[in-house]
Design a protein around this ligand. Structure first.
Ligand SMILES: NC(=O)c1ccc[n+]([C@@H]2O[C@H](COP(=O)([O-])OP(=O)(O)OC[C@H]3O[C@@H](n4cnc5c(N)ncnc54)[C@H](O)[C@@H]3O)[C@@H](O)[C@H]2O)c1
Length: 374
């Protein structure tokens, strides 16, 4: 483990006075990186971890091994079996809750478990204290439920998360640039189109511009389009009018690179996701149009379509920044510090079912510690 990094998380834990909680265990669904390792090892001392389910399109073998060396169970499903594995692990955990008389705290990114709990485990929900969540996707999953039956505390929409969003956008572009340089391709002087001008997308757009690309933006929210225009970006009028772009990046958190966009894209256009899972690009449609696929780099597949166009799909449609070093750990740790605070609030205040953002005043704690320890 990287010992170069200051013990920022532990200092936040100390300042808020997180203590050991008896009779509570964590059920974790996380990306497994060195920063997550530090978070999990720290939290495990206070709220033991029953199992960590790794999100398959991200993560490192070293982190998995380090967790297992500490006696923490880690399961590593591929993305297609993630739901099934979460269901099986929840069953095991609920059995343990009944025999060992403890409760379960859900600690996750992406809202997988909160959805599954409501779909399959209605009669076991009394064993669940609640969930803590880092991502907007996870909050969106909770909002989609007809009736939320547990509290979900989140740091998905905090000011520090917004700051991280910009850095995510920058990491998306840096990762893409790194891959494109490998195949001798220069971004500079070419045209790019970004779908979604939110926290991540605006970071993507600014970073593309900083690399010398002419950037156009599309968003379903007209106010965001005004913001993009005022920030000096061209605005896309129609989603099918994308024939002049060399790079199309989706950062909307939903399917934005749709059939329309794929049909309108020029040959040798790169399609890239900067959001989450494999949501951003209509991969089913892309595959239905292809004659054959050839790998031209370990992170780029050339989809040769029946109409002769070549569409270059990056990282199989998963976020490009998961191919290597992404947002620097010290930035991601803002959010992990917020998550530690959420855990304390959940365990000590036991809120009723609902969605709760982190209190603005509490957000000042990690911000202060971060500035002091940098
Ligand atoms: N890859 C990563 O490391 C990483 C890190 C953080 C967040 N994310 C993910 O990135 C996504 C975006 O996050 P955010 O914080 O920027 O969200 P956001 O809500 O700030 O921005 C999303 C924007 O997309 C727009 N939008 C929605 N549907 C659209 C569509 N069909 N076409 C074009 N625009 C559309 C929305 O109006 C909004 O402006 C989320 O899925 C989030 O979970 C990824």
């Amino acid at each position: 483990m990287n010992t170069f990094h200051p013990p920022f998380l532990n200092e936040v834990r100390r300042r808020i006075g997180l203590k050991k909680y008896k009779n509570v265990k964590q059920f974790v669904v996380q990306h497994l990186y060195p920063d997550t390792l530090r978070l999990l090892l720290l939290l495990h001392e206070y709220i033991p971890i029953s199992v960590v389910v790794s999100i398959s399109y991200s993560g490192s073998d070293e982190v998995i091994e380090a967790l297992r060396n500490k006696g923490i169970k880690v399961v590593t499903p591929d993305f297609d079996t993630l739901d099934t594995v979460i269901i099986n692990e929840l069953k095991n955990c609920f059995k343990a809750c009944e025999t060992e008389k403890h409760q379960l705290l859900i600690h996750e990114v992406g809202g997988y478990t909160i959805r599954i709990l409501h779909e399959f485990f209605d009669t076991y929900l009394h064993h669940v204290i609640g969930a803590v969540e880092v991502t907007k996707q996870g909050v969106w999953e909770a909002r989609k439920l007809k009736k939320l039956k547990i509290p979900q505390l989140n740091c998905a929409e905090t000011k520090l998360k917004e700051i991280e969003g910009k850095m995510v956008g920058e990491s998306v572009v840096a990762s893409l640039d790194y891959i494109l340089r490998d195949i001798g391709y220069a971004m500079v002087g070419r045209k790019a189109c970004v779908f979604g001008y939110g926290w991540v997308g605006s970071g993507v757009a600014h970073s593309l511009r900083a690399r010398g690309m002419a950037v156009t933006v599309y968003d379903t929210d007209v106010i965001k389009l005004v913001e993009a225009a005022v920030n000096g970006f061209q605005v896309l009028k129609s989603t099918s009018d994308v024939g002049t772009y060399s790079v199309i990046i989706g950062a909307s958190g939903t399917l934005s690179i749709s059939k329309n966009v794929i049909d309108g894209a020029s040959s040798r256009c790169f399609l890239v996701s900067g959001s989450s899972k494999d949501k951003e690009i209509d991969l089913t449609y892309l595959k239905s149009q292809q004659k054959e696929t050839r790998a031209i780099h370990r992170h780029i597949n050339n989809h040769i379509l029946k109409d002769g166009r070549q569409i270059l799909l990056v990282n199989e449609g998963y976020p490009v920044n998961f191919t290597g070093s992404s947002v620097p750990d010290e930035i991601v740790e803002f959010l992990f510090a917020e998550l530690i605070i959420l855990i304390k609030v959940l365990l000590e205040e036991t809120p009723s079912p609902g969605i709760y953002p982190l209190d603005k005043e509490l957000e000042k704690i990690p911000a202060t510690v971060w500035l002091e320890m940098r």
